[in-house]
Design a protein around this ligand. Structure first.
Ligand code: SAH
Length: 256
């Protein structure tokens, strides 16, 4: 396992939502380069003598560039280190994986990708809903609010009325995100759940409709928004109801 980069999905935060492979790789890491959203609980699995660097853009090194991250990753592997590039959720979902793979391939550094549970999956589990439903949603679209604002799907073949949208980075202007989704053809009355801190002890599920989404305030980041008929929950079974329902979901405890 020497001189190799492991690009590992850290999942939504709880250590017991890591894959067994991710846990095994973390336990033998020599260098760990992680993003801001990777939880302390997961970082605690890394050996004490490992060199751990937060390369996140917010809490980590201010002004750190993607090029610098690539150079660190490649350089440490070329020194013979077992490097873990640790990303929240699944590395292949809004994680700049493409740029890092380009750098690794160019430098001919051996690598392995270890998938993780993405925020949309964790959020659906927190809200006790499904992402697809053969009766209501035959497609699942993952997008960022940034892309939603640019309406990238307006010319696509996705049938917005029969799709589930998982919107990453949906805030802080939820009203705007809702308007853009409506522009894409999503029904204003469509049910949605906004899940913050999915898969963590601090998780919160807000169930509402798209038209009422703008009135949501004070949602702790990170949060992901799920929209569409498939995510309809008991609280919003009547389409006219617009009141915000907030509940802490059943947190996972010991398996009984
Ligand atoms: N690769 C990650 C996504 C990184 S983009 C994944 O697969 O989940 C960062 C965005 O992901 C956040 O702004 C938020 O929208 C979402 N996110 C990440 N972790 C989350 C969590 N525990 N709960 C809710 N949303 C989360």
């Amino acid at each position: 396992m020497k001189g190799k980069v492991y690009i590992v999905g850290a999942g939504p935060g709880a250590a017991d939502l890591l894959t067994l492979r991710a846990a095994a790789v973390l336990r033998v890491a020599e260098v760990v380069l992680h993003d801001d959203l990777v939880s302390q609980e997961v970082l605690e699995m890394v050996p004490h003598d490992a060199h751990v660097v937060n390369v996140g853009k917010r809490c980590g090194h201010r002004g750190i560039t993607q090029e610098l991250i690539n150079a660190l990753m490649v350089g440490q592997a070329q020194c013979g280190k077992r490097v873990v590039r640790l990303k929240s959720g699944d590395p292949a979902v809004f994680g700049r994986l493409g740029e890092e793979l380009d750098a690794l391939r160019k430098a001919e550094v051996p690598f392995e990708i270890v998938p993780g549970i993405t925020a949309a999956s964790a959020a659906a589990a927190s809200a006790n809903v499904t992402l697809t439903d053969r009766r209501a949603a035959s497609s699942l679209v993952m997008l960022t609010a940034h892309n939603a604002r640019q309406a990238p799907l307006s010319e696509s073949s996705v049938d917005a009325a029969h799709a589930t949208f998982a919107v990453y980075m949906p805030g802080p202007d939820y009203g705007r995100t809702a308007r853009e989704l409506i522009k894409l053809g999503v029904n204003a009355g469509a049910p949605c759940v906004l899940v913050s801190h999915a898969g963590r002890a601090t998780e919160k599920v807000h169930a509402t409709s798209l038209s009422a989404l703008g009135s949501i305030a004070g949602v702790a980041a990170p949060a992901v928004l799920l929209v569409g008929e498939a995510v309809r929950t008991g609280e919003i079974s009547r389409p006219v109801q617009s009141a915000l329902v907030e509940h802490s979901s059943n947190t996972r405890s010991q398996i009984s």
